[in-house]
Design a binder for this molecule. Structure first.
Ligand code: 5GP
Length: 165
C-alpha cells in the first residue's frame, strides 16, 4: 500500500515541520508502544532540536478488531508537567487510545500537547482531538508493517500492506 521509500520521505517532511514548530520548547516525545517504536525512532533521529523521548504502553487491540477497551497502560516515568508533549502514535483509528492518552497528559499538567501519527483512518475516527502531524490518511482497512502487527507478527516489514482475508 505504501512503500518504504514513500514512508521515509514523508517522515522527513513531518520532522522538518516539527523542527520549525517546536524550536525553543521543552519537548518530550512520547511514543506509544508497541506499534509506534519504528515511527518514533525514525522521527526522533530527524529532530534537530533538543528533545527527550519516552514510551508508554497502551493497547486496545486483539487480532484485527478493536475491542474499544484499553488493556494496558504502563511506563509513565518521564516528567510531563510544563512540557510540550509530542504524542507519537503508529495509527489513529477510532481515537479511543488518543482520548485516553490526552486525559492522562492533561492530568499530568502538560503545557502543550501535539499529536503525531504515521497513519490515520479518517472514516473510523470518532474523536474531535485535532491531529498535528499525520503521515498518511488511509482507508478503513487493517494494515500491517512498519511497526504495525497482525497478532504480533509483521512489525518488521518495512512497507505498509493491507490485510486481505
Ligand atoms: P484506536 O484507539 O484509535 O481505535 O486504535 C489505535 C490502536 O489500534 C493503534 O495504536 C494500533 O495499535 C491499533 N490499530 C488500529 N488500526 C490498526 C491497523 O489497521 N493495523 C494494526 N496493526 N493496528 C491497528
Amino acid at each position: 500500500m505504501i512503500t518504504e521509500e514513500t514512508l521515509q520521505k514523508r517522515i522527513g517532511e513531518l520532522a522538518a515541520q516539527m523542527n520549525i514548530d517546536l524550536k525553543g520548547k521543552n519537548v518530550v516525545c512520547l511514543g506509544i508502544l508497541n506499534g509506534a517504536f519504528l515511527f518514533a525512532a525514525d522521527i526522533f533521529r530527524k529532530l534537530e532540536i533538543p528533545a527527550r523521548i519516552s514510551f508508554v504502553k497502551l493497547a486496545s487491540y486483539q487480532g484485527t478488531k478493536s475491542s474499544g477497551t484499553i488493556k494496558e497502560l504502563i511506563g509513565w516515568n518521564e516528567e510531563i508537567k510544563g512540557t510540550t508533549v509530542v504524542v507519537i502514535e503508529d495509527i489513529v483509528d477510532t481515537g479511543h487510545t488518543l482520548e485516553r492518552i490526552m486525559a492522562e497528559l492533561t492530568m499530568r499538567e502538560a503545557a502543550e500537547i501535539k499529536i503525531a501519527t504515521a497513519f490515520f483512518k479518517p472514516d473510523a475516527y470518532k474523536s474531535k482531538i485535532p491531529l498535528d502531524y499525520v503521515g498518511f490518511e488511509i482507508p478503513n482497512d487493517f494494515v500491517v508493517g512498519y511497526g504495525l502487527d497482525y497478532d504480533g507478527y509483521g512489525r518488521n516489514i518495512p512497507s505498509i500492506y493491507t490485510l486481505i482475508h
